[in-house]
Design a protein around this ligand. Structure first.
Ligand code: BGC
Length: 840
């Protein structure tokens, strides 16, 4: 994707002599560099030839410094979807394209990937993680970092560490045993440092074992920097640095955002009074300058020939990710969980009528909420994409089935007009406290967010107002639900009459101001075809902070009983019913955990009633993390589709009609009930979040309890069948500290070409009660035509045979008999090999 000389590879060895540069700086100059210049930029220094570096989220697309539909971004499948591909090559290719888009938007530092683990299926940011397994997370994390950095953009692994849930995320104290930290939660970070040369690590908000992560000298300095030889920058999560000397001594290098924060003059004073040594300060500056050199932000003073790689000057516009790649990646992430009597793929030839049903068919959740949000270039909905794929071949009926929205959805496309310009959309005004117009612009989105860049006089605690003015033309006669949201005071008028007026509460977590701001709702009768004049005035709360957001939603009032009846009628008359259910917008987000695994609204009832009248019911689940599927055995087929990004509809059409294989495998266990989950709620008690389950998260917990998940970790059917014919290991007697090679022969026993994810799990010798029954130790992808047999090689790393020993504070290789199991999932193991490991 990024061939040619255009971009430096930032993992290239750095030969810059930084000491001379640092010697030129005063303590004041140095501390200035170590706090952000604003929300997204670092400080520049002309004397050094250092320009500010731009940071941007995130893991499912690069937003840039603005979240604005006029500057859209490619919307990638969410990380749990990438986890489902189990494909390091594809993840690297996608990440390289993401890096190229970042570079073209002048972004130097991408705040991704998230490599925390899915400890609980309710975790609000679980969709931002790759997996519940550290080995899969590490493999995909390394691929992601290498891809981004090959485009000359620095990647940031986050959130270091124990940041696995959202409830009280700013303050909770994760109590995690050292062995558990080492074997589970630190492992992906270690891999990205040692094997991918990641440029930044982000220190999390939470505490671990009593110490805030930005002050954790043991984990940041001793483990990350000394033991793993990390030579990059430790940045704080946004506003996570809350002390001066403790963070400085713990080896935090950069406090973001700025310009305020606990460092600056306080850090200079700490150096002056000896609390922080000049060497500690210089090390931070050296790391920052090394980062600048890597991304091309440092050029020699005086304009001489550059000894550092230089970023290519901004081009003609953003280099968006190739839509065909987004579509291919989304299709590769879809997991076929069930496929009775070959219900899929659907042969389009014999179809008369297809019913496309479900709230997510018309209003899909393409990404999760919070800092991972981007303004997508386009959205391919299942309803539109399936109708297009069947055009001229079958009649498509679309039925919403039931409503699940948490906040009133945006008005239908084309229903709004800017009263000033006459164009589709609205007029946005910024007004001072006295009502004077400060600025106005034309916008097309009714969900507007500012991370930091509203005109002065408008932000939190100022008296100014944000005003939306638009003309709305309804398609239908009758009652319409209007919703206005934002943290602060909202006044909504329709044709000059106030229909809603009031204040919403200030959430505990500032990101909620964007992810789930309070909403006022009202119902107004509107005649079809006549324009209603809408005006929304929003005054942000005096005590708020964080990003600022305001939303206007309008939807024709509907009754779920009627919607369900329409859907069942449509299904009864169709040859195939495709039911797209899942999370609603704002159900899964940074800032809060979910409180149930159940699908929102009446979606379970919808699936059951559709399945009762149509034997060819295919259910597509559009959720970033597990949901319960109590109806799974009653439907012909189930596809797990994650939050697939902008290409959702097209990718789904490709898979349903057999143009692509649903090649995904579960990166997370799908539970049959909430009670079965090894860890469900992560609600701190008195501020403490104890990781009592030890090593037994995800499939390890199910294996320990011998309980049956609904669909196990690693499961996925694809469109062909596979026989596992043989397994050979490079040795039966393994020297401690050696890797083990495996060669597996698999045969495609079906009638079409396909892709298989060959998974190797390792079971240890008896005598270690804390050790999971088996753990993923290696994986590889096989592709083969019908009838064809192929050999794949897998490398089980030496570390898979080791245990962290708390007494000696080091890795131990317990001697004894290990069993390697190879198969199609953690519960479908087809071949075994016995390996004796020596002691060390
Ligand atoms: C999130 C980070 C994100 C940062 C900047 C924080 O609230 O935890 O993941 O990169 O904000 O948006």
């Amino acid at each position: 994707m990024t061939s040619g000389p255009a971009h430096p590879d930032i993992t290239a060895p750095d030969t810059t002599d930084l000491a001379d540069l640092i010697a030129e700086l005063s303590v004041q100059d140095k501390v200035l560099l170590l706090t952000g210049a604003d929300a997204w930029r670092t400080q520049g220094a002309d004397a050094l030839g250092l320009r500010p570096m731009v940071c941007s989220d995130g893991p499912a697309g690069v937003r840039g410094i603005l979240l604005d539909e006029r500057h859209p971004s490619s919307s990638l499948p969410c990380p749990s979807a990438l986890g489902a591909t189990w494909d390091t090559g594809l993840v690297r290719e996608l990440a390289a394209a993401l890096g190229a888009e970042a570079r073209s938007k002048d972004v130097d530092v991408l705040l991704a990937p998230t490599i925390n683990l899915m400890r609980t299926p309710l975790g609000g940011r679980g969709f931002e993680c790759f997996s519940e397994d550290p080995m899969l997370t590490a493999g995909l994390g390394v691929a992601f970092v290498r891809g981004v950095q090959s485009a000359g953009v620095a990647a940031t692994v986050k959130h270091f560490v124990g940041n696995d849930s959202e409830t009280q995320r700013w303050t909770y104290d994760a109590r995690i045993a050292e062995r558990v930290l080492r074997e589970l939660y630190l492992a992906p970070f270690e891999a990205c440092v040692r094997h991918a040369g990641v440029a930044l690590v982000m220190a999390a908000y939470n505490k671990v074992n009593g110490i805030p992560m930005t002050e954790h000298a043991c984990l940041l300095r001793d483990v990350l920097k000394d033991e793993w030889s990390f030579d990059g920058v430790v940045t704080s999560d946004w506003n996570a640095a809350r002390s001066t000397a403790a963070t400085a001594l713990a080896a935090l290098d950069l406090a973001m955002p700025g310009p305020d924060g606990p460092w600056g003059p306080q850090l200079a004073r700490a150096v002056a009074d000896g609390a922080v040594t000049p060497e500690v300060l210089d090390d931070k500056v050296a790391r920052l300058l090394r980062l600048a050199a890597r991304v091309g932000a440092l050029s020699p003073p005086g304009g001489g020939a550059s000894v550092w790689p230089q970023a290519v000057p901004g081009g003609t516009g953003p280099t968006l990710v190739d839509p065909a790649l987004l579509r291919r990646a989304a299709a590769a992430s879809l997991v076929l969980l069930r496929n009775e009597r070959g219900a899929l793929p659907v042969d389009r030839a014999g179809l008369g009528r297809v019913a496309v049903i479900g709230p997510n068919a018309v209003r899909p959740a393409i990404h999760g909420g919070g800092s991972a949000v981007v303004a997508p270039v386009t959205v391919s909905t299942p309803a539109v994409a399936l109708a297009e794929a069947l055009a001229g071949q079958a009649e498509v009926t679309v039925a919403e089935g039931c409503q699940t929205w948490v906040m009133v959805p945006a008005p239908a496309a084309g229903s709004l007009r800017d009263p000033d310009t006459g164009e589709p959309g609205l007029r946005l005004e910024f007004r001072a406290g006295d009502g004077a117009l400060l600025a106005a612009e034309h916008r097309t989105s009714t969900a507007l967010t500012w991370w930091d860049q509203v005109p002065p006089g408008i932000g939190w605690g100022e008296a100014g107002k944000i005003v939306l003015v638009t003309s709305f033309r309804p398609d239908l006669d009758g009652p319409h639900v209007l919703g206005v949201a934002g943290v602060g005071h909202l006044t909504l008028t329709v044709d000059g009459a106030v229909v809603a007026d009031g204040a919403t509460v200030v959430p505990d977590d500032p990101v909620e101001a964007m992810a789930r701001p309070g909403e006022l709702r009202t119902t107004v009768a509107l005649p079809a075809g006549r324009e209603a004049q809408i005006r929304l005035e929003y005054t942000p709360a005096a005590d708020g902070e964080g990003p600022l957001a305001v939303r206007l939603g309008i939807v024709a009032a509907a009754d779920d009983d009627d919607l369900l009846a329409q859907a069942v009628r449509a299904a009864g008359q169709a040859d195939v019913a495709v039911v797209v259910v899942g999370s609603a917008e704002m159900t899964e987000s940074e800032g809060f955990d979910r409180d149930t695994l159940a699908l929102p609204g009446r979606q379970d009832e919808l699936v059951r009633r559709v399945a009762a009248v149509n034997g060819r019911t295919v259910v597509v689940v559009n959720a970033g993390m597990p949901v319960l599927m109590p109806w799974a055995s009653q439907v012909a087929a189930v596809i797990y589709a994650w939050l697939p990004g902008q290409a959702m509809g097209e990718a789904l059409a490709d898979v349903l009609f057999g143009r692509a294989e649903p090649g995904g495998r579960l990166p997370v266990t799908l539970p049959a009930s909430e009670a079965d989950c090894p860890v469900l709620h992560a609600v701190p008690r008195d501020g403490l979040l104890t990781y009592d389950e030890g090593l037994l998260i995800g499939y390890r917990g199910y294996d320990a309890r011998l309980s049956r998940p609904q669909f196990p970790f690693g499961h996925g059917l694809g469109y062909t069948t596979w026989a596992y014919e043989s397994l050979r290991a490079t040795t039966a007697d393994l020297a401690a500290g050696d890797d083990l090679g495996l060669t597996v022969t698999v045969r495609n026993t079906g009638s079409r070409a396909g892709r298989e994810v060959v998974q190797a799990y390792l079971a240890g010798p008896p005598g270690d009660p804390a050790r999971p029954v088996r753990e993923l130790a290696a994986f590889a992808i096989a592709t083969a035509g019908p009838g064809e047999a192929v050999e794949v090689t897998l490398q089980v790393p030496a570390r898979a045979f080791a245990r962290w020993d708390e007494d000696s504070a080091g890795w131990l290789w317990p001697p004894g008999q290990f069993t390697v199991h190879v198969g199609r999932s953690s519960r479908d193991l087809r071949l075994t090999a016995q390996i004796r490991s020596e002691a060390r």
